[in-house]
Structure formats: C-alpha cells, structure tokens
Write a protein that binds this ligand. Structure first.
Ligand SMILES: [Fe+2]
Ligand SMILES: [Fe+2]
Length: 475
C-alpha cells in the first residue's frame, strides 16, 4: 500500500478507515510535537532547513525522498512493511500456525512490555543527543545527527501506533508515558540504564550509533520474527532506517581513526600525547571508547540465562535474529553451553542450560559478530597505514552489570583480576577524566560547508550523491 501524505499523519495502514484510532493518534500528535520542541535538538537548529531523508514508501527500491526541511515539519508517519500472505509462526511451541493480526489475551501484557521497552529507547536517544549540534565537527555530521534524531522520533511513532491500535486504553496511557519519562531524569528516567547516560561528545555519539543502535538492530530483528504480525511488519521497516544510524557510527569512528593515522604519519610518532597535542585522537583512546560502549551495550541483551526470554520464544513473541538461519525452530529439549565465573571468581566454567533459556545470549553472540565487521575494517586501515595496533572488542566478561559476570572482575582480555587491580586499572581501560577532558577540548563546532574539525577525516562521499561540501544544513 502506498503512503497517504494528504492526511495529518502520513501512513500506509489505512488510518482514515478507523476514525477512532485516527482521532486518538491525532490527539497524541501535538503532545509528540511538544516533546520534540522541548526535548529534541536544542536551540535554533529547529528553525533551520536540514537536508533530510523522509520515508515515502516501504518499497525496497525507492523508499525515501531527500530535501531540505525544518525538523518540526518532518513528516513523521506510520509505515509497516508489506504483509506476507499466509505468513506462519516461525519458532516456538506454535511453530507453523498462522501469525496473529490481533494480540492474544494471554500474551497481552508481555507484548505490551516488549513494545514499550523498545519504544522507550527511541525518544531516549533523541534526548541524550540534544546538545550535540553545538559541537558538530562538520555540517555533514550535523545533518547526520538530525537524520538519526528524526528517525528515532519516527520509531517512537511506530511503537505508539501499535500501542494505540492494539492495546486500548492501557496502550494510550503507555503512549503518554513514553513522552513523560526522560533520559537521565532522576524522578522519571528512561527504562534502560544505557539510555540514561548523556551523550555529550561526538566520540560517544559515534560509539553509541555503532554499538547501541546495533543493539537496536538486533532487538528489531528479534521482534521482526514475532508471531504478532503488525509488530513484525513495523520492525521490518524500522530496520531499513536503522542501517543509516550504524553507518554513521562506523564511518564516524573510521574517520577518527583515519585522522589519527594521518597525524601519526605527519609527526612520525606513535606517542599518544603528541597526537593529542596536535588536536587528534590516538588509537588507544578510540579503543577505550569501544571498551566502554560495547560492554554497556552488551547489558542491553539481558541476562544470559533468562526464563522471560524462554517464555517469549516458546510463545512466539520474540524470536532469534534471523531465525531462518537456525535448523531447529522449536528447541524443546536442546541444551546450550554458557560461560559463568567459578564461585571464587578466579576462573570460568561452562555449564549447559536449556537453549530456550539462553536466547538472550544467542542474540548477543550474533550481535558481537556483527560488531566485529567494522572492527575488521578499521584494523585493515590501520595495517595499511603501517601502524602496529589492533583494535579489539573487549571480552564479554568485562565490566558487565547484567548476566553471570556482573559483580565479578575481569580484564578486557577476559582474564580474572583481583578487585583492587580491576579498580586501579579501569582508567587505562575506559576513558578516564583526563581522556574525557581531551575529547571535550576538541569539541568545537565547525559549520563551513566541506570543512572538518581537526580530529576527524572527511567522509568518502556526501549524502545522496551530493558533494561533501554541500550545504546540508542552512544555518
Ligand atoms: Fe530506532
Ligand atoms: Fe537508531
């Protein structure tokens, strides 16, 4: 179905055929716009024309148009991927049965919780990133930031549509609450910890879009498998948009690395202090940001051993990412090996648990593999520059607050260390105060078209075939 842009809320769900739902969403719309005005990108950027991509169809071949718009005029809408005829449930106890177009009563609260938790992360990240335009390294980057922000706003719409359309009054209340909680708010914070951490520098932004948006990708992939078909279709289209967010992260970190390498060559040094004095970012510091954001994003997958995850799988609510890749879609009596620290915390042991209980871990492993793709690319660039340094994802035992390793002390290479050593060495593993101060000192806004801050290399190409020095934001 094509998207109807004549309506107040662009959509491909035939919204005008359901007057009650349409009215309810039209009542939520001003509240959303109000939230966007107050909690979205700060300052007068909202009054500027930004070169943005807007979804206009769910057709894989041409689903978006590009043009300058003011962010408050962005056409946030409701788009579901096309229905797959005769789609059946792909996993769990109801494998092979027809998917659901309505929420079954017995799974109502579980599905609502899954949708609210996903929905909560979308506006949270907009709030986390609201000050970043003041320190953007280029106009191109400022535009990418705003693109990510408006699309997270649309992802909120995607989840709010499901709440309104399928969860009655409870759903409408949840939709209101999604605008009431705020990232970092002491009294009413966002649901997940990572989404309450401020993102006030661009190293954090690029790390977040690389690692945390990628967690989002995996959550969406799991929900795209859901037996609740509207949720599946919603998530499938969100994934199309999500790809750009991870592109921003991967190319962002890649450009930081490239600039660091250039400075090393220029100065003929690998002394981090000299690289920093020259206004760039040394590879060791990039590694520290990776250690921080990767470990924090792993926690978003939940406990490795989880009865909730088992129930979601058994009931068909949430599958594994790319469920098709697996041979056994039921996993009724199969076992899966998971790692746990030994009781004294001085070692690691493997134990077998029912596969269904290990679903969070299965998803997390897919995620780690996906994270490694960018790391391999960065390392190729580093090797090509003749520099002896290898970026590595830290061990998934490092710095965990969720799962079997929470509360234990493991180094980034996965070896157990005594608590005192762990604490005293942390400054060498994740950004220290001094590291953050250096990054902060680099955060100066650059907005002349085509110009880049000194700590980052230009991108290989611009957006939508435009040159890098295109006026992506008209300030
Ligand atoms: Fe999103
Ligand atoms: Fe995203």
């Amino acid at each position: 179905m094509s998207i109807n842009y004549a309506e107040k809320i662009p959509n491909n769900v035939d919204l005008s055929a359901d007057r009650q739902l349409q009215r309810a969403l039209e009542r939520w719309q001003p509240a959303f716009l109000n939230w966007w005005g107050e909690m979205g990108p700060d300052g007068d950027f909202q009054a500027r024309d930004v070169y943005l991509r807007t979804a206009t169809s769910v057709d894989a071949k041409g689903w978006a148009t590009y043009g300058h718009v003011k962010m408050p005029d962005y056409r946030w809408g409701i788009f579901l991927a096309d229905k797959t005829e005769d789609r059946t449930i792909g996993f769990g106890d109801n494998f092979g049965q027809p998917v659901w177009q309505q929420v079954p009563g017995e799974f109502r609260s579980d599905l609502r919780r899954l949708i609210v938790t996903q929905g909560d992360t979308e506006p949270a990240s907009v709030e986390q990133q609201r000050m970043l335009a003041y320190t953007c390294p280029s106009l191109y980057d400022m535009r990418n930031l705003f693109q990510v922000n408006v699309e997270e706003g649309r992802h909120l719409w995607a989840m709010v549509y499901l709440l309104h359309a399928h969860f009655g009054r409870d759903g409408r209340e949840e939709a209101e609450d999604l605008l009431e909680r705020h990232s970092g708010d002491i009294n009413n914070p966002r649901i997940l910890t990572t989404f309450n951490e401020p993102i006030d520098d661009w190293m954090s932004f690029f790390s977040f879009t690389y690692f945390t948006d990628r967690d989002g990708k995996f959550q969406l992939k799991m929900l795209a498998e859901s037996a609740f078909d509207p949720l599946s279709r919603t998530c499938r289209f969100m994934l199309t948009e999500e790809a750009h967010h991870m592109f921003v992260g991967e190319t962002g970190l890649g450009r930081v690395i490239r600039r660091g390498l250039e400075v090393m060559q220029e100065l003929n040094t690998d002394d981090p202090q000299r690289i920093r004095d020259h206004g760039a970012i040394d590879l060791g510091l990039v590694q520290k940001y990776i250690n921080f954001w990767y470990s924090s994003s792993l926690d978003l997958f939940g406990a490795d051993r989880s009865t909730n995850a088992a129930a979601y799988f058994a009931n068909g609510l949430k599958g594994r990412p790319d469920e098709d890749r697996f041979e056994d879609h039921i996993e009724a009596d199969t076992a899966y090996g998971i790692e746990e620290p030994t009781e004294d915390g001085a070692g690691v042991q493997e134990v077998e648990i029912p596969t269904r209980n290990a679903m969070n871990l299965v998803a997390r492993k897919g995620y780690s593999k996906d994270c490694d793709i960018g790391v391999t690319r960065w390392n190729r660039m580093i090797r090509k520059a003749g520099v002896d340094f290898e970026i590595r994802l830290p061990s998934d035992r490092f710095r965990r607050t969720v799962g079997p390793f929470a509360g234990f002390h493991f180094a980034p290479d996965g070896t157990p260390v005594p608590k005192e050593v762990y604490e005293s060495r942390m400054d060498g593993w994740i950004p220290s105060e001094a590291d953050r101060a250096h990054i902060k000192s680099l955060m100066k806004q650059v907005t002349a078209p085509g110009k880049m801050a000194g700590w980052i290399a230009p991108p290989d190409r611009g957006i939508n075939n435009n040159p890098v020095d295109y006026e992506y934001v008209r300030l």
